[in-house]
Design a protein. Structure first.
Length: 205
């Protein structure tokens, strides 16, 4: 095989992706087609610099890229998993335990309300389980992820990409996703976390 052949590492989001000439929201460029194969070249916080098969390179919101397996699955093999949801669940569990501990300290009078608020600042937790479907908030990358039981993939990003996710000014409040695009049976419960904001997916900011 040609060592210089284009080997994608990701594909664009199913709805296409906005692009930028630089890691700056004020410099939009031509959007990528849905599921377009790209190769990740560099990351800068939430931003990702990708190379397309025609040689064109651009900046995108790296949180929305869909990762490909390192090698194509063998014929007849089960679909490759892009991410294990158990790690995200462990992070949510740890954050929830921290919040529960803070509540217990407040209820026991060991801390006052101001101390409770200070210690809870920046703590963000989001988790919805509906049958086999899972939505979990990834606070490290400021995004919601969806899991169908087999793989965890980006569902929506809650804001514009940032060069430094832990920049000064504190983390932005999470914006829960709206109803998912996956079909749902009649009479099923709530489809997604409640919220009044439409999350950033693939359109221009």
């Amino acid at each position: 095989m040609d060592e210089f052949a284009f080997r994608p590492t990701h594909v664009a989001a199913p709805d296409g992706m906005a692009t930028w000439a630089a890691p700056d929201p004020s410099q939009p460029s031509t959007p990528l087609d849905p599921l377009l194969p790209v190769r990740l070249i560099d990351r800068r916080g939430d931003w990702a610099y990708v190379l397309c098969s025609n040689g064109w390179s651009t900046w995108v919101d790296g949180r929305l890229l869909v990762a490909l397996p390192d090698t194509p699955p063998a014929p007849g093999a089960p679909p490759a998993r892009t991410a294990d949801p158990r790690r995200a669940l462990a992070e949510v569990e740890a954050a929830l335990n921290r919040y529960r501990s803070l509540l217990e300290d407040l209820a026991a009078g060991q801390v006052d309300l101001e101390t409770f608020r200070e210690r809870a600042r920046g703590l963000r937790i989001g988790l919805v389980v509906d049958g086999e479907a899972l939505w979990v908030f990834d606070a490290a990358h400021d995004r919601w992820c969806y899991c169908d039981g087999l793989q965890l993939q980006t569902y929506a990003a809650s804001g514009r990409p940032r060069s430094n996710p832990s920049s000064a000014g504190g983390p932005a409040s999470p914006r829960p996703p709206v109803a998912p695009a996956t079909p749902r049976p009649p009479g099923a419960g709530p489809a997604a976390p409640p919220g009044g904001y439409e999350p950033t997916r693939t359109g221009e900011p």
